[in-house]
Design a protein around this ligand. Structure first.
Ligand code: NOJ
Ligand code: CA
Length: 568
């Protein structure tokens, strides 16, 4: 029987089909910084509802919401008090349902964040565990241990926390609990049946509300080696004191171990996801999931397998410098990995954890120069290459097979903002042994209107201050400007709707400074990483991230062409 859902007239695809996520454009909303609907300076679901037109006009397939659950915000909402509710500062469950319904009416799916490695220390079960004391059933849901040393005054193992310091904190009665992130984020004990069952209940709760999929936070961390005595990190992986990095900067190689790391990317975490997969597949269409798994590239397939979460983030472009060889290698490798895993590839240039790519890509690692973002009073210095490169890189990933994950504000070309220490919210700010630098600079609330107070984000000062010059990048201003970054994204996404069914990538060798490929028989994408204009192959130019110069592709830009031999 023909499917009752409407098909996309351009692509012939059924957007309601089970495979919608394979070639999707997913737009990440960081709710507290998107739009404020009630004037308290904190972004919320009313704010989302009042800007649905922005998402529709942009042409995204899905919206991924970073956590909106009740939270003390010690880690931007990734410290969850209650997994089955909405923070009152962000809205209500009824408003959430309205968001799902109204986005759904516009053909846009909702993906939510599942933070399964840890709860917050305000979660009812953690409070119960503290009150119940050592040896109690309540403490088994988390990881409580006696300390080492004569009086238990030393942490139970040498495990490090990602956000600095040891992964253990001592409680009043002398026991220690495990937290791979901040002390306000106690790790769940995934060997505990009740914990597992409770997460299944949470996944069902949201899937039943119409959520199409889940972004699984810290997916590589859930299970730990809890055999006694606890294995020290340094015994298992001697000489690897850091949690992230690696010789090639991509976490490649043995840094994270091959499943033997006591706290990270363990093989048995897949048992958890096999259970989740069975739940996802009991829905029609099956619920989708993407793993946030910072693991060696060759181990990603475990998470991307159709028996596991089904898709995994490839963060390699977050760590790549602006260089044709670096980008080309990342793309080749990830297309191959995705195919081998039976999933589709993913492309990410910005998210809420990394400096925005309009700033990051201006870095010059060869000469050691830092990219200049903006400050509260001054925009990035004129003449920088960051925005040009960001626009080129965005068009490049949008031309590739797979899913493109966009982060709110990148469609405006927002740069990273360096904020004064006094306004910092991110717990890693100033922590030298943290695995990431402060992330507040990419979480500054969006500018909607140039003239309005607080640039239309709120009627009151935003929870993180906006720079004085943010209005120059507002949605309203850019909407009317055909040369704006917003217009470029809108056009690129429209063209991509056709492009994404065109077929696989065939590489074109146009010289060492260019990354160029065709999709199927009709489309060509060319990116110029060099500093002088480059010749383009024959074809009609559909879109370019910078205006062509005498028919040539300028430095730091991408063009899409329709091949001359193709049918009209
Ligand atoms: C990854 C999230 O993206 C990040 O924002 C968060 O701090 C950690 N996981 C801990 O949940
Ligand atoms: Ca609000």
């Amino acid at each position: 029987m023909p499917n009752a859902h409407s098909t996309d007239t351009v692509t012939g695809r059924d957007p309601s089909g089970a495979d919608w996520w394979r070639e999707a454009v997913v737009y990440q909303v960081y709710p507290r910084s998107f739009a404020d609907g009630n004037g308290d300076g904190i972004g919320d679901l009313r704010g989302v509802l009042s800007h649905l037109d922005h998402l529709v006009e942009l042409g995204v397939d899905a919206v991924w919401f970073s956590p909106f659950y009740p939270s003390a915000l010690t880690d931007g909402g990734y410290d969850v008090d209650d997994y089955r509710d909405v923070d009152p500062a962000i809205g209500t469950l009824e408003e959430f349902d309205e968001v799902v319904r109204r986005l759904g009416e516009a053909g846009i799916k909702v993906v939510i964040d599942i933070v399964a490695n840890h709860s917050s220390d305000r979660h009812a079960w953690f409070r119960e565990a503290l009150a119940a004391g050592r040896g109690s059933r309540a403490r088994e849901r988390y990881v409580f241990r006696e300390g080492r040393g004569e009086n238990g005054e030393l942490p139970p193992s040498d495990w490090p926390a990602f956000f600095g310091g040891p992964a253990w904190t001592r409680v009043a009665d002398g026991q220690w609990y495990l937290h791979l992130f901040t002390p306000h984020q106690p790790d769940w004990n995934w060997a505990d049946a009740e914990v597992r069952a409770d997460f299944l209940r949470t996944l069902r709760f949201w899937a039943d509300r119409g959520v199409a999929g889940f972004r699984v936070d810290a997916a590589m961390c859930l299970t730990k080696d809890l055999s006694e005595p606890l294995p020290d990190w340094d015994d298992v992986l001697p000489g690897f004191p850091a949690l992230v990095g690696g010789a090639d900067g991509r976490g490649e190689g043995v840094l994270f171990g091959e499943g033997q790391n006591p706290i990270y990317d363990r093989d048995d975490v897949q048992e958890v996801y096999a259970e989740w997969r069975a739940l996802f597949d009991s829905y029609e269409p099956p619920r989708f999931a993407v793993a946030e798994a910072w693991v060696a590239a060759h181990r990603r397939a475990r998470y991307a397998s159709p028996r596991s979460l089904g898709q995994v983030f490839n963060f390699d472009l977050l760590l790549a410098s602006w260089d044709a060889t670096a980008f080309g290698e990342v793309i080749r490798q990830n297309l191959g990995l995705a195919e081998a895993s039976g999933s589709s590839s993913t492309w990410v240039l910005s998210n809420h954890d990394m400096p925005r790519h309009a700033t990051r890509l201006a870095a010059d690692p060869v000469n050691g120069t830092d990219p200049a973002g903006g400050t509260l009073d001054a925009p990035p210095p004129p003449g920088g290459t960051g925005l040009d490169r960001a626009r080129a890189a965005s068009m490049l990933i949008l031309a590739l097979p797979g899913s493109a994950y966009l982060y709110q504000g990148e469609e405006l070309g927002l740069p990273e903002v360096s904020l004064p220490r006094e306004v910092a919210q991110d717990p890693v700010t100033g922590k030298e042994d943290a695995a990431v630098p402060s992330r507040d600079g990419c979480r500054v609330p969006l500018p909607w209107n140039t003239q309005a107070p607080f640039f239309g984000f709120s009627e009151h000062a935003a929870h993180l201050p906006q720079p004085t010059w943010f209005g120059d990048l507002s949605v309203a201003l850019q909407s009317g400007d055909p040369g704006s970054t917003l217009s470029l994204y809108r056009r690129a996404l429209r063209i991509r709707r056709q492009l994404r069914t065109e077929g696989p990538v065939t590489w074109l060798d146009l010289g060492p400074r260019l990354v160029a490929f065709t999709r199927g028989a009709r489309w060509t994408s060319v990116t110029n990483f060099g500093d002088t204009p480059a010749y383009l192959p024959p074809g009609d130019v559909l879109l370019s991230s910078r205006p062509l110069v005498d028919g040539m592709l300028p430095a730091d830009s991408t063009a899409w062409l329709r091949n001359p031999a193709s049918p009209a």
